[in-house]
Structures are given as C-alpha cells and as structure tokens.
Design a protein around this ligand. Sequence first.
Ligand code: NAP
Ligand code: MG
Length: 309
Amino acid sequence: GVVGCVLPWNFPLLMLAWKIAPALAAGCSVIVKPAQETTLTTLRVAELAVEAGIPAGVFNVVTGSGRDVGEPLGLHMDVDMVAFTGSTPTGRRFLRYSADSNLKKVVLECGGKNPAVVLDDAEDLDLVAEQVVNGAFWNMGENCSASSRLIVHASIKDELLKRIGAYLRDWKTGDPLDPENRIGALVSKSHFEKVSSFLDDVKSEKLSLAFGGETMSGVFIEPTVVDGVTPSSRLFQEEIFGPILSVTTFETLPEAITLANDTNYGLTASVYTGSLRNAIRVSRDIRAGLVTVNCFGEGDATTPFGGYK
Ligand code: NAP
Ligand code: MG
C-alpha cells in the first residue's frame, strides 16, 4: 500500500533511510514529509532515486509544515500506514488522525529520557565516563536515545564526575565544520530557546552546575552537567534534546531501578556493572526497549528499535 513517512530533523538522512528502505523493499510506495528544517536532504535523495531509475510515483516527497502536509497525510483515506518519528504530542496526533479516518496502521517513535545507571561495582570508571559523555552529548544531545539522566551510586559519584570532566575537556563547542569541535549549533533558534530554558531551571531550582552551562551566539550550548537533580525536576522528567546531562544518586539497587523507571519514557537505557547478575537484573527491571550493558549503544540493524510507555 501507501506508506506516509513523517520525519524529524535530527538525523535527516538516517531517519529517511530507516523509513523508506523497509517500505520500498516490501513493495510499498512512500510519501515522505521531511521536517521543514531539513527538507533539502530528502529532496536530494529523491533526485538520486530518479537518477537510479525508480518508477514514477513510488518515492514521493511533499514539503511543508506539519499542519499543511503532516495532518492531511495522517487523515488521508488512501494512506495505509504512517511511520512517524518526532515528539510525543505529534505522535498522539497521528493516532487520532488514524482513528478519525481509515484506521491506518501507525508506527511511532517518540523520544526518550534515557537513564545511564552506574552501580558501585562498575569496573572501569574511565570507560564509564567516556561512554556517558558520548551517550549524553553525541549529536549535541539532539537524539531520542541520548542518555540524558546519569543515575549513579552515591559512593562513586564524585570520582565519576571528575573523570567525566576530564573527557569533556576534549568536547569543544563551536563551528561544526571545524574538526576540533565536537558540539556544533543547535538546529534552530527556537530549539535553542527551548533547550536553554532548562538552564534557567538550574538557577531557579538552585541546582549545582558540575560542568558547562554557558551559551554562545544564541545557538550554541556547551556540554552541561547538572548535579543533584531530583525526580520532581523538569530536568529529570522532560526530553531536553540538547547537551544537558542530569545527575542523580542512589544508595540501593531497587532505588536505582525506581529512579530509572520514574519518567513517562522508556526508549533506551544503559547499565554499568562488573556483575553479570546485576546486569541481567537491571536490564530486566528497567522498562526500556533497548538496554545496553557497559556501553552506550543505539542497537544494531538486527535488533528492533522502539520503546515502552
Ligand atoms: P515534531 O514537532 O513532532 O515534528 C516531527 C514531524 O511531524 C515534522 O515533520 C513535523 O513537521 C510534523 N508535524 C508537526 N506537527 C504536526 C501536526 N500537527 N500534524 C502532523 N504532522 C506534524 O518534532 P520536531 O519539531 O522535529 O522536534 C520537536 C521535539 O520532538 C524535539 O524537541 C524532541 O523532543 C522530539 N524529537 C524526537 C525525535 C526522536 O528521534 N524521537 C526526533 C526529533 C525530535 P514540521 O516540519 O512542521 O516540524
Ligand atoms: Mg518542527
């Protein structure tokens, strides 16, 4: 049938590929609506598809806003399925569009607030620090599977933060075309405003800034680590989609699992431990679609990607 593919802006080519490749391979035609911020990537792939001889009408692109293009696609009686990645509120809308039209299939991928749980038996804190930094700050944190909550045993927090600080010295912020820099601009001015509003919370909640916190030129935010974040904080609960990592401590394993699960999200998680038994226990008890052990990972092509809640 006809598959509507509605894309976010954070990985313009990858998100497109994830959606169109399975649909085309299954013999479906696609109608792609890219995010307005990153439309040109999709148009270039469409040009290449034509050059490669794809039959007319199989790979279609409609550009425009969510209101003007996404909504009509979601409500269309001749669209058999929608594959969507983006925010939870928009994901909910696609379920409603389906209910209000032809009950089309809807596949949603709607973000995360993913925990990195570090137990006191973690063997190599340098490795943990490197993985936590990558998980939190890769792609400016504009990543649904970003490990944005560090949940660490109280007895090793200071030592781990020290090593995270050492890794962060290499994460310079600035012109993304300069290979010296690891953190470039956020995608747009309005997204910058949203992300930097969480820095205001750091001040108003009197939280302590372990690293970073500076903004530059109205589009850059330094990799930022906020200590002492409690579950009631917006920093703990909401998907920030920027380079801000929150730190929360625990004393017992059940407490760590409760903290990890204490959000509306359940996409990915990581656990760091030297004990196979603890690795299995935490992986089982955290409600997340993908749990990685002693590393940050996005899964691989042979594992499904999706979450709970
Ligand atoms: P979004 O607003 O949910 O947009 C995703 C896609 O849905 C875009 O193509 C958008 O079109 C379209 N859309 C927006 N409103 C719509 C509506 N009423 N009906 C139908 N389609 C609609 O997400 P975003 O603007 O890309 O990013 C906002 C937040 O989403 C981020 O801050 C982050 O929290 C989350 N996000 C999650 C992921 C993920 O991988 N899970 C990826 C990106 C973003 P427009 O071109 O008009 O925006
Ligand atoms: Mg948008």
